[in-house]
Design a protein around this ligand. Structure first.
Ligand code: PLP
Length: 816
């Protein structure tokens, strides 16, 4: 397909007109928000024909398409990337300059589209960018939460959650599609009828219904004229309340339906990697899955006449277990609405659904209580029950006399619906998200499934889009790369390997250092504005930004900062390389230990940043409200990328890849995609420490780890831990950090002490940090290593990941 043929004169004219139409002001009097909306709308006008054409071509060419089902899409801001992807940056910058406004200021008016928690939602966003850029027709399907991820405020060092009313400023890109609405039904009971052929037909009655209304957002391919769709569904009452015409019973029912519609899409659950078991969450899941699948089947039948070919034109990719009710919902539609027999319906379903696993952590596994599931989705539950009955029979005949096989693999077990098991049984593909993660799935967590159906298992190492995280987020480095090797890397990241020889050129290294320095100044400016802290741009920017979770071990990082500070106080003459420790993380609102860790980081910052005796050698900064838009600033300014999860716990990580692409060196464990990052960059260009995944898993099995022996034998560690309970960082409340201390040294229950092996890995981490310090003193070595990291980041483009999904799972054709 072609490009976008941006029309600069039309754009100029339309921005003038649109500020008037939308805000009743002339361009000269418009404020930045008003201009932002007009600019967004004027851009939408220029991509609307390609958007319509993409759909039209997909229909003409009858291409297979993927529906990427995800509870989360962490898109960040759209304007800047849309401008880059239609390759109109210079034109738009110039027009805005004529109006006397700066494009960056206009971009800053946009709120993040924060319809996600962290890595899982951001992955979905990167995948959409890559799908469009590679020219594949795809829909991202999710929920239009009224309130996305909360905004984080830090007050007195504590996290405070503020609702994210992101729709307050109308989104100029979205289009409401009333013509595509679907009805979704909850509750009631099922009645069985016999049809004219004597076959049973099941009918759901006495249910409550909501209308799902889709809102479409354009996903613009880079320079290729392909515009895909992110479709987010919003719930509305089936009929508006009419007080007059109802008797009391009907009124109450209508009122309940109204409330249901209002609550379903109200808010995103702020848990990352954690199952919470809330009824409303299951309603959200079924709501968007049912709407998506109904519409997908309806559309397929508009263009084809035989439902049996569905899998040849449609694939539902389930992003984690959250949308796996898709398996049963598709069965329901095929059985009840198309009248297929079970075997026919099952054959289609198991060729149409595919599942991506994102975690092995027990607390993240979705297991819905059967009574809740059955009450909410009575017909869908009957189908789940039948899926389970048949599968259990299959297990029994395959493994006679091995009841443990049923115990491990059944979909229904001990009163629960196990969503991962349903996804594996009901789909044709199960993929992990990094080599190590997939290996652990096959050998440990899903071993029985792997033995029974090895052909389903495959790995798809995650990736990130270089269009956002280098081209947009780091314009100085992007321009430098383009100046030296051309711009092919923008759509073919492995080409960035061509800068590797430049790492041996002292002048190139100097330029590279200068760019990093400029980016550090940009971040220092941001920190000055938002944190009122002065940081030294010559210091090492040592950064850990990601969701706050015990397994990610922000606690290890801050304990080490406390340890370094003790050393510095003991040896004021030590000429350590100045260090700025930068943190950014949201904690789930109900996650006590995580929130207390945020308070600890801020308390440590308070003490250290205000101690004149250490001459500013250590600074600690907690960046409020970590999100995609400020992430772009942070990655580009980082020297050290902290990827320090307990080995085996981080399925992949994608933050690690964004840092690498921006020339930060990885300080990390052999976990998730860190393994592959080190493989690509060379172990000599990273700082690796800590236990291996195998060691961790062994300790977890044999239960012999006792952190108390480390506490007793290691003076440095003991001193730091005592500072958690002697008021060193909380003189007003010495007991404040006791829960953190207890999480490490639970004396009542040693099996629950330091479950993430923080003390076990502490010395290894401290020693790796010394290597960082020594290495940074040699600026020529450091710049070279950083450049080699960038040069070898090619593998980690989500373009590569998506091409692998296409080749091995989806089998899509490109749009012509
Ligand atoms: C990339 C990204 C993440 C994921 O980071 P990890 O380090 O892989 O956990 C989370 N949040 C935002 C805003 C991101 O951009």
């Amino acid at each position: 397909m072609g490009g976008y043929n941006f029309d600069k004169d039309l754009f100029r004219k339309r921005v003038r007109e649109l500020v008037k139409l939308d805000s009743k002001v002339s361009i000269e009097d418009a404020n930045p928000v008003q201009i932002y909306k007009a600019v967004g709308f004027a851009i939408k006008e220029q991509i609307i024909d390609p958007w319509i054409d993409t759909r039209k071509k997909a229909k003409e060419q009858d291409v297979k398409m993927v529906y990427y089902l995800s509870m989360e899409f962490l898109m960040g801001r759209a304007l800047g990337n849309n401008i880059l992807n239609i390759q109109a940056q210079n034109d738009i910058r110039e027009v805005l300059e004529e109006f006397g406004v700066d494009l960056n200021l206009i971009e800053d008016q946009e709120r993040d589209w924060a319809l996600g928690n962290g890595g899982l939602g951001r992955l979905a966003a990167c995948f959409l960018d890559s799908l469009a850029t590679l020219g594949y027709h795809a829909y991202g399907c999710g929920i239009r939460y009224k309130y996305g991820m909360f905004k984080q405020k830090i007050e007195d060092g504590y996290q405070k959650e503020v609702p994210d009313n992101w729709l307050k400023i109308a989104n100029p890109f979205e289009i409401r599609r009333d013509s595509q609405r679907q009805e979704v039904r909850f509750g009631g009971y099922t009645r069985c009828e016999t049809d004219e052929h004597g076959n049973p037909r099941y009918i759901q009655e006495g249910y409550q219904a909501v209308v799902a209304v889709p809102y479409d957002l354009p996903v613009i391919g880079y320079g290729n004229g392909v515009v895909n769709t992110l479709r987010i569904w919003s719930a509305e009452p089936v009929e508006e309340l009419d007080l007059e015409s109802f008797d009391q019973g009907e009124y109450e029912k209508a009122n309940e339906q109204n409330n249901l519609a209002e609550t379903i899409c109200k808010v995103l659950y702020p848990n990352d990697n954690k199952y919470s078991g809330k009824e409303l969450r299951l309603k959200q899941q079924y709501f968007f899955v049912s709407a998506t699948i109904q519409r997908a089947v309806e559309r397929y039948m508009e263009e084809h006449d035989d439902i049996h070919g569905l899998h040849e034109k449609v694939c539902f990719q389930m992003n984690d277990t959250h949308p796996t009710v898709a398996v049963a919902e598709l069965m329901r539609i095929l059985l009840d609405e198309y009248g297929l027999g079970w075997d026919e319906a099952w054959a289609i379903t198991t060729k149409t659904c595919a599942y991506t696993n994102h975690t092995i952590m027990a607390e993240a596994l979705e297991k819905w209580p059967i009574d809740l599931f059955q009450r909410l989705l009575p017909r869908v539950y009957q189908i789940v029950d039948e899926i389970n009955r048949r599968f259990v029979n299959e297990i029994r005949s395959r493994y006679p006399g091995q009841p443990e096989k049923v115990q491990k693999m059944a979909v229904l077990y001990e009163g629960q619906v196990r969503m991962a098991n349903m996804a594996i049984v009901g789909g044709f593909s199960v993929n992990g998200v990094a080599k190590l993660h997939t290996e652990i799935l096959e050998k440990q967590e899903l071993r029985d499934f792997y033995e029974m159906m090895p052909e389903k298992f495959n790995n798809k190492t995650n990736g990130i889009t270089q269009r956002r995280f280098l081209l947009h987020g780091n314009p100085l480095l992007a321009q430098w790369v383009t100046d030296h090797i051309g711009d092919g890397w923008i759509t073919n990241l492995p080409e960035i390997k061509k800068i590797e020889p430049l790492a041996d050129d002292p002048e190139c290294r100097r330029q590279f250092r200068e760019i990093k320095y400029q980016n550090k100044l940009r971040l220092a400016e941001y920190i000055r504005e938002y944190n009122h802290i002065e940081v030294n741009p010559e210091s090492i920017f040592d950064v850990q930004v990601k969701r706050l979770h015990e397994y990610k071990r922000q606690l290890l990082n801050i304990l080490h900062v406390m340890y370094l500070y003790n050393q510095l106080k003991d040896h004021p003459e030590w000429d350590m390389v100045p260090r700025t420790f930068i943190f950014g993380a949201k904690a789930a609102a109900g996650y006590r230990i995580a929130k207390l860790t945020i308070k600890l980081i801020n308390s440590v910052a308070e003490v250290i940043n205000h101690d004149p005796s250490i001459n500013g050698k250590i600074k600690v900064v907690f960046i409020e409200d970590y999100r995609v838009s400020n992430a772009e600033l942070i990655f580009s300014a980082s020297d050290v990328s902290e990827q320090i999860s307990t080995a085996s716990k981080e399925a992949s990580g994608t933050g690690n890849m964004k840092f690498m692409l921006n020339g930060a060196l990885t300080l990390g464990t052999m976990d998730g995609a860190n393994v592959e990052i080190v493989e690509e960059a060379g172990a000599e260009n990273a700082f690796i420490f800590g236990m291996s995944a195998e060691e961790v898993i062994r300790y977890e099995h044999d239960g012999t780890y006792d952190p108390m022996t480390i506490f007793n034998s290691d003076e440095g560690i003991r001193r730091v831990l005592m500072q958690l309970i002697n008021g060193f960082y909380s003189p007003e409340d010495p007991e404040l950090f006791r829960p953190l201390y207890n999480s490490l040294l639970n004396t009542k229950d040693t099996s629950r002490a330091d479950t993430y092996f923080i003390l076990k890995d502490f010395r290894s981490y401290a020693e790796a940090q010394q290597r960082v310090e020594a290495a940074y003193r040699d600026q020529e070595w450091w710049s070279r290593a950083a450049m080699i990291n960038v040069a070898n980041a090619g593998k980690f483009s989500s373009d590569r990941t998506i091409q692998e999904y296409v080749d091995d799972i989806w089998h899509l054709d490109k749009l012509k």
